[in-house]
Design a protein around this ligand. Structure first.
Ligand code: HEM
Length: 485
């Protein structure tokens, strides 16, 4: 055997080994710099701890513990998959700004099961854009200033006039009655006194219990009952739709003038949505527009009595508005009156900041993302926690304090100067910013106007808002009222 043959046979296994090592190294992914955190138990991860109920004016033990240990951006395993949780204002903004580019809305499948696959909350891309356009049209500035303002006031008075002095009742139920009646009117021209409205409301209560329950589609569960209610509600809306389609086809005169202006008619005349899509759109708007603002109103009723100077300043503001109206011989509130409710706007902001009606949002990364040195792998859930920013002392002085004055002079003045709007995101942001944010603020301000002018109220029983993760008052916020005059 020649020397070269010997050398070759000796070297070839070594070369092969080097080649294999090189290939292995090439195939190996670079080590990711994931945010700190732990993944918890198999399958459930840390979901049980994350969803454990806690007081709504706090961020809860889970967030407190995790932020203290890992910082404002951490990893975990939640809702059945790996997740990045963010209590960081900058990262939350980054998420909103990159909706559709780096992140996508990604609510758990159970939400789609109950709200429907065409619900705005679960849609992405072009279909979401089309539905959003319809919703924004429905709540346009012009409609807000005209028919909506008028009806918000009418429905507020309808609820408040039914209140009896010195009788304990649930303020949360009353707020729900108001927002439900208002939405049912603007969506399908339904009147609060009608039997069908009451029927629909009853079904809706069962439906809501399922939305907030564990998604177990088994006999006897709240989720199963909610799915049945969903079917009943959709059947009802479909019945209304068929009547309208018939009227439009035959050119019949509509029964009520407002019908021509409601969402159902608008969608039937101006969109190419299928029946299934219209049903889901209507159901999800009823849900989005009713549950959230009613909780926000209940929160204001809860926070205000604990802050007498705010009550006093509100009373002065609204007495002055009422005085001007009387002088001008006006009865109904106008848009100018609404704009004059400056301190009320501070109260509305402060209620939303401290109460955090929507605590966190569901997103997922649709690309591999790098943020401030951290890697966020494609497909991971990303949860921007709005409440954690609103209750962060580095953004809001004494965040647990109900202090509406922090919002005066656009948040740059007053006694608490660092409440800037930049970190205030109760309505989310970017291309999915709440389509009903202006309506919600209008509802809160008009309700407060008539409430403060007419009543003094006290909490009849100790109750406080909890996060389940939907914000709710366990006892329904029982109050008693006394009329001023
Ligand atoms: C205080 C009351 C309210 C709060 C705190 C609130 C909060 C939010 C938040 C945080 C989102 C974003 C969800 C996400 O990005 O995943 C949202 C979306 C939405 N909200 Fe509201 N909301 C309120 C009232 C209303 C009202 C009165 C309506 C009227 C129907 C409404 C309709 C919607 C709709 C249609 C969307 C979906 C927007 C989209 O995906 O483009 N909301 N809301």
């Amino acid at each position: 055997m020649s020397d070269s043959y010997l050398t070759l046979s000796f070297l070839s296994p070594i070369l092969a080994l080097i080649l294999i090592l090189l290939l292995f190294k090439r195939n190996q992914k670079p080590k990711l710099n994931l945010p700190p955190g732990k993944m918890g138990w198999p399958l459930v991860g840390e979901t049980i701890g994350y969803l454990k109920p806690y007081s709504a004016t706090t961020i809860g033990d889970y967030m407190e513990h995790h932020i203290a240990r890992y910082g404002k951006i951490f990893k975990s395993s939640l809702f059945g998959g790996p997740a990045i949780v963010s209590a960081d204002a900058g990262f939350n903004r980054f998420i909103f700004q990159n909706e559709g580019k780096l992140f996508e809305c990604s609510y758990p499948r159970s939400i789609a099961g109950i709200l429907g696959k065409w619900s705005m909350l679960v849609l992405v891309g072009d279909m979401h854009r089309d539905m959003r356009t319809i919703s924004l049209n429905f709540m346009s500035n012009l409609r807000l200033r005209t028919s909506m303002l008028k009806d918000v006031e009418k429905h507020t008075l309808l609820v408040l006039r039914s209140w009896k002095e010195n009788t304990k009742f649930s303020a949360q139920e009353e707020a729900k009655k108001f927002t439900f009646n208002f939405m049912a009117k603007h969506i399908m021209s339904m009147e609060p006194e009608d039997a069908e409205t009451e029927e629909l409301k009853k079904e809706y209560v069962t439906f809501m219990k399922g939305v907030v329950s564990a998604p177990l589609n088994l006999p006897g569960t709240a989720y199963r009952r909610a799915l049945q209610s969903r079917a009943t509600i959709l059947k009802f809306i479909e019945g209304k739709m068929e009547g309208r389609v018939q009227n439009i086809k035959e050119g019949n005169k509509i029964e009520r003038l407002e019908e021509d202006e409601d969402l159902l008619n608008w969608v039937l005349k101006n969109s190419k949505l299928t029946t299934e899509q219209i049903l889901d759109l209507i159901l999800s708007l009823l849900f989005a527009g009713h549950e959230t603002s009613s909780v926000a109103i209940a929160l204001a009723i809860y926070f205000l009595p604990a802050c007498p100077p705010a009550m006093q300043q509100l009373r002065e503001e609204h007495t002055e508005i009422a005085r001007r109206k009387k002088q001008a011989g006006e009865v109904e509130l106008t848009w100018d009156d609404y704009k004059r409710m400056e301190f009320t706007h501070c109260v509305v902001n402060e209620t939303l900041r401290l109460g955090n009606v929507v605590r966190f949002l569901h997103r997922k990364a649709i690309k591999d993302i790098q943020y401030k040195g951290y890697d966020i792998p494609c497909g991971w859930k990303v949860l921007p926690v709005l409440a954690a920013v609103h209750l962060d002392p580095s953004h809001f002085d004494h965040p647990q304090l109900f202090h509406p004055w922090r919002w005066q002079n656009n948040g740059s003045g007053g006694r608490m100067p660092n409440a800037n709007n930049y970190n205030f995101m109760p309505f989310g942001g970017g291309t999915r910013l709440c389509a009903g944010s202006e309506l919600a603020k209008l509802e809160m301000a008009v309700f407060i106007h008539h409430l403060i002018l007419n009543f003094q109220w006290d909490l009849a029983e100790k109750d406080q808002p909890f996060v389940y993760p939907f914000v709710d008052f366990p006892k329904g916020l029982p109050i008693t009222v006394q009329r001023h005059f």
